[in-house]
Design a protein around this ligand. Structure first.
Ligand SMILES: [Zn+2]
Length: 117
């Protein structure tokens, strides 16, 4: 069932809403995900609504520079990233650790072997 979630960084400089059915999250061991420790929920970018100014965010890119890894320059949290799905559509990878009312221990986590790619 679709639900609306409120998300934010720790200090509140980045706030957003995301809608969808949160049935699981992805934990990845690639070079950046292992360091960030995010649990990602992939949704179409249209389901994520930023509630704060885009200028409040910084983004980090590496390798092919196709994924924007957004973070808060004040508190350092990584609430979400943006990229493109296999079909070319805009996607967001929401860090469910930044969502209100979500106990990450209740969400099934799929381990993605990103390091092997
Ligand atoms: Zn912040």
């Amino acid at each position: 069932m679709n639900q609306m979630y409120q998300g934010s960084c720790h200090c509140g400089q980045i706030a957003f809403e995301v809608e969808g059915e949160l049935t699981g999250a992805t934990d990845c061991n690639c070079s950046i995900c292992q360091r960030k420790g995010t649990l990602m929920w992939f949704v179409p970018r249209t389901q994520l609504h930023l509630r704060t100014a885009p200028e409040a965010m910084r983004s980090y890119t590496f390798h092919k520079h196709v994924i924007q890894h957004y973070f808060c320059p004040t508190c350092g949290m990584h609430p979400f990233g943006e990229g493109v799905g296999p079909d070319g559509s805009a996607m967001a990878a929401v860090n469910i650790r930044c969502l209100e009312g979500v106990d990450v221990y209740d969400i099934p986590v799929h381990h993605h072997d990103g390091r092997a790619l």
